[in-house]
Ligand binder design. Structure first.
Ligand code: NAD
Length: 246
């Protein structure tokens, strides 16, 4: 028996990086995984994997999220992973950048939870909602992460508030706060800085453990929070940052 046997696990941004690693880890632990992403081409890599069904979904499209939620018969775990990293300080961040990041990183979590919570409550069997935050948030001031940190701080607050409101339904809400994880978008951010090798060294230098995280290491934490092993854990933010914030 896997640690998530019999559970239905819905997640966003499963096409690459942390989301993909979580989809694979959850399926390995026996969950029925419904892996969504805006990018259907990326989802192809998960097609045919035992225990995984894929579905194209843009989490910023309210009507699509509503239709998708209606199509899901049962859900036990919701992992809201989608997010975008804007690079820049306050004066580099336009109003458009601000709105884009808040729409994708925060409002999508509001929309997903609005649509799936009634189902979780009606089922009456509790559940686990895990939201992707970051250590670059209310936890640690980080250069060039103005709007990003603001969105991830909002996720920590939103998660705590939902945890307080819905604890009576035995639905647990926690957020995950990674440091730097080696994912395709991180590699793109390094390349965008002009000198990718220097950018890589700078990212590694800020992790006390002296290396970046692998997506599978974040997936291990998400599987724990999804499973009944964490049945007494709610309303918390889980820092997994190689010692960056210690
Ligand atoms: P990534 O940025 O490499 O990939 C993001 C995925 O999200 C892609 O598959 C993309 O197609 C999908 N996506 C983009 N817009 C979407 C939308 N509107 N609807 C649905 N899917 C959409 O992935 P990552 O680096 O693993 O980041 C995943 C999450 O983890 C993000 O919320 C990010 O902020 C957070 N995070 C990442 C790091 C890191 O260092 N990589 C650190 C802390 C937190």
């Amino acid at each position: 028996m896997g640690r998530l046997s019999g559970k239905v696990f819905v997640l966003s941004a499963a096409g690459q990086g942390i989301g993909k690693a979580v989809a694979l880890a959850a399926a390995k632990e026996g969950a029925l995984v419904i892996a969504t992403d805006i990018n259907g081409d990326l989802l192809k890599a998960l097609e045919g994997v035992d225990g995984i069904k894929t579905q194209v979904l843009d989490v910023t499209k309210k009507d699509d999220v509503e239709k998708f939620a209606q199509s899901i018969e049962k859900i036990d775990i919701l992992f809201n992973c989608a997010g975008f990293v804007h690079h820049g300080a306050l004066l580099d961040c336009t109003e458009k950048d601000w709105d884009f990041s808040f729409n994708l990183n925060v409002k999508s979590v509001f929309t997903m939870c609005k649509n799936f919570l009634p189902k979780l409550i009606a089922q009456g069997t509790g559940g686990s909602v895990i939201n992707m935050a970051s250590v670059a948030s209310s936890i640690k001031g980080t250069v060039n992460r103005c709007v990003y940190s603001s969105t991830k701080a909002a996720i920590i607050g939103l998660t705590k508030s939902m945890a307080a409101d819905y604890v009576k339904h035995k639905i647990r809400f926690n957020s995950v706060c990674p440091g730097t994880v080696d994912t395709p978008s991180l590699r793109e951010r390094m390349a965008a800085q002009g000198d990718a090798e220097k950018a890589y060294k700078d990212f590694v230098a800020r992790q006390a453990l002296g290396r970046l995280a692998e997506p599978s290491e974040i997936a291990s934490l998400v599987v724990y929070l999804a499973s009944d092993e964490s049945s007494f854990v709610t309303g918390q933010e889980f820092i997994i940052d190689g010692g960056w914030s210690m």
